[in-house]
Design a protein around this ligand. Structure first.
Ligand SMILES: *[C@@H]1O[C@H](CO)[C@@H](O)[C@H](O)[C@H]1NC(C)=O
Length: 187
C-alpha cells in the first residue's frame, strides 16, 4: 500500500515537472498539424497576411473560432482579437499568481511579471474602448502592451529565472500585440 502522503508527493513531482518541462501544459501553441488552418473569413485572412504579423500560423489558429468568423467589420474582428488577448494573458497571470500564493516562488522577477501582466490585461481592455473613438490611439496603445512583456522578460533574465509557462505566455501576448497592431493599422 502506498503511504498516505503518496499523492502529495506525486503532486509535488508533477508541479516540479510543470516548472522545468520544456513543453509546458499551457503551451496550446498551434503546432499539432503542419497544415495551416484555412482562414475563417476574408477579414481574418487579410489581418493574418499583414506585414506586422510575426506568426501567421498562430494568427490563423487563434482566429479559427466562430466569434472571429462572424466578425463582419475590421472593428468587430479587432474586438475579438483583443478579447482573446486579454483572456490569454489572464490565463498566464493566473499561473503566475498561483506560483506566488502557493509559496512556490518568492522571486521578485516573477512578482514583477505579475504586475506587468495586470497592465497587459488592463491595456488590452482599454484599447477596446478606443477603437471607435480614436483608432490611431488604439493602434499606438496596443503596440505599447509589448513594453510590459519586455519588462517581464528583462526581470526574468536579470534574475536568472526560467519559467517556461511565463516565456510561452510572453510569446503568446506578443503574437496578440502584433495581431492587434495589424488590425488597428487599417481602421
Ligand atoms: C494570404 O497569403 C496566402 C499565402 O501567402 C495567399 O495564398 C493568399 O492569397 C493571401 N490572401 C490575401 C487576401 O492576401
Amino acid at each position: 500500500m502506498a503511504p498516505p502522503n503518496h499523492r502529495l508527493v506525486s503532486a509535488a513531482i508533477f508541479l516540479a515537472l510543470l516548472i522545468v518541462s520544456p513543453a509546458p501544459a499551457m503551451a496550446r501553441a498551434p503546432k499539432h498539424s503542419r497544415q495551416l488552418p484555412p482562414p475563417s473569413s476574408k477579414l481574418v485572412e487579410q489581418v493574418c497576411n499583414g506585414s506586422a504579423i510575426t506568426n501567421r500560423r498562430f494568427c490563423l489558429k487563434a482566429l479559427s473560432n466562430p466569434e472571429a468568423a462572424a466578425a463582419t467589420s475590421l472593428n468587430g474582428l479587432t474586438k475579438v482579437i483583443l478579447h482573446l488577448a486579454a483572456t490569454n494573458a489572464q490565463h498566464t497571470l493566473d499561473i503566475i499568481n498561483g506560483m506566488i500564493t502557493s509559496g512556490q516562488t518568492t522571486s521578485p522577477a516573477i512578482k514583477s511579471c505579475a504586475g506587468n501582466y495586470q497592465e497587459v490585461i488592463r491595456s488590452f481592455k482599454m484599447v477596446v474602448g478606443e477603437l471607435s473613438e480614436d483608432p490611431m490611439t488604439a493602434n499606438y496603445d496596443v503596440k505599447v502592451v509589448g513594453d510590459f512583456i519586455d519588462y517581464c522578460e528583462k526581470a526574468l533574465a536579470s534574475g536568472n529565472v526560467h519559467v517556461p509557462q511565463i516565456s510561452v505566455g510572453n510569446r503568446f501576448v506578443m503574437n496578440y500585440v502584433w495581431m492587434g497592431f495589424q488590425a488597428t493599422n487599417n481602421l
